[in-house]
Design a protein around this ligand. Structure first.
Ligand code: SF4
Ligand code: SF4
Length: 367
């Protein structure tokens, strides 16, 4: 693998080339005091000089080195909304003047370049691929969008106090599954152009190979993200034991703190629960079929045959945690967690999944 030095102005050139190739570039920016991904055309829009200070139930941006654009860990969003929209019309059905039903697919997919994707979010994307396109059922709507994505990931130089990717099967440095990978150093990035598309762009950028000191600088940045990670997830075999602890008193304890708000599922980059319904326009004889994010924390999500199956917060929390960390393995051959820490940060009462699992599986009486 040959690594190149991509100066900041080179990143701008790369964005310009992608825009000229009809990509919409999406990248991290500050909005409402958080880092979120939205349309980006200029590197000036990046979150320069900022770092996120995260704790259970808390997220604050603080001043950091003003010459760095990626000194932060993550914000409330991952790449999920770009491929699996919070709300989208999948298709419509209309009756024409002869009474014939006309079916129309409604998903608008276009070429998207996602810039600044974190390694944990790339890991989450691979898990969503398993759910949507690599299982028995292929979701054509997700697939259509996925095929048009160009991924520029940025390895982490910092772990927030809620990050635990290392014990969730990940690493602050991504090894595969991207088009371009970047590690931020002084004045730019150590860059790897992995896919065929990326190497075509590389030809137009006229970059120099990295020097040994630049390579070392990049590696020491990643090492500091590794060293700074203190939160840990219990071992996989212990997480799987959650299924044997359905009567643990800890479920009652967490239910007293949980508001059933569903924030954790909305920010989680792998949660895929959704509901589908039809919006009917009687006047125009038109029906739109809509898919919208749902959450296992809503009572209606378990409404089957005239009854709500999971009536209490305790049952809903147990469903979420047990599925994500234990039965997901049986269903998809992987954990449903990549250790991004978002569910801990954005939980209004600061419930920490890693602590709850430890408390539940250590309670042998409920097994
Ligand atoms: S369960 Fe929490 S830490 Fe794990 S991937 Fe989802 S939001 Fe991130
Ligand atoms: S665990 Fe936290 S974020 Fe999730 S539903 Fe309960 S209160 Fe809301």
């Amino acid at each position: 693998v040959v690594n190149f030095f991509l100066p900041y102005e080179g990143l701008q050139q790369l964005i310009d080339l992608l825009i000229a190739s009809h990509y919409t570039c999406i990248g991290p920016q500050i909005s409402d005091d958080a880092i979120i991904y939205q349309s980006l055309s200029n590197i000036k829009q990046l979150p320069w000089g900022l770092r996120d200070n995260q704790a259970p139930g808390s997220y604050r941006l603080e001043a950091h080195d003003k010459n760095q654009a990626f000194a932060w860990a993550n914000g409330p969003q991952a790449v999920k909304p770009n491929l699996f929209s919070p709300k989208e019309t999948l298709f419509s059905v209309k009756r024409d003047e002869n009474g014939k039903l006309i079916f129309k697919e409604k998903i608008k997919s276009s070429k998207k370049a996602l810039i600044g994707v974190r390694p944990c979010d790339l890991h989450a994307l691979k898990i969503q691929d398993k759910v949507f396109i690599q299982s028995d059922f292929v979701d054509p709507y997700y697939q259509k969008k996925r095929e048009q994505v160009f991924l520029i990931i940025v390895n982490c130089s910092y772990s927030s106090s809620n990050c635990f990717c290392l014990t969730a099967g990940g690493h602050p440095q991504a090894k595969s599954g991207f088009d371009v990978s970047l590690t931020e150093i002084k004045y730019g990035f150590v860059a790897q152009f992995s896919s065929r598309k990326a190497r075509e762009l590389l030809k137009k950028l006229h970059l120099k190979k990295v020097s040994e000191s630049q390579e070392n600088e990049a590696q020491s940045k990643i090492a500091s993200a590794v060293k700074g990670q203190t939160k840990t997830l219990p071992l996989q075999e212990d997480c799987k034991k959650l299924v044997n602890h359905s009567t643990s008193p800890q479920w009652d304890d967490v239910a007293k703190r949980c508001l059933s708000c569903g924030n954790c599922t909305q920010v989680c980059p792998t949660c895929f629960c959704h509901s589908e319904f039809d919006e009917v326009d009687i006047k125009n004889n038109d029906v739109e079929h809509v898919r919208q994010w749902d959450s296992c924390f809503t009572s209606n999500h378990s409404y089957i045959h005239g009854m709500i199956v999971r009536k209490s917060t305790k049952e809903r929390y147990r469903q979420w945690l047990t599925h994500k960390f234990a039965t997901w393995h049986d269903q998809f051959g992987t954990s449903g967690c990549v250790g991004c820490g978002r569910c801990v940060t954005w939980c209004p009462t600061g419930i920490d999944v890693t602590e709850e699992i430890k408390a539940i599986v250590k309670d042998e009486d409920s097994a």
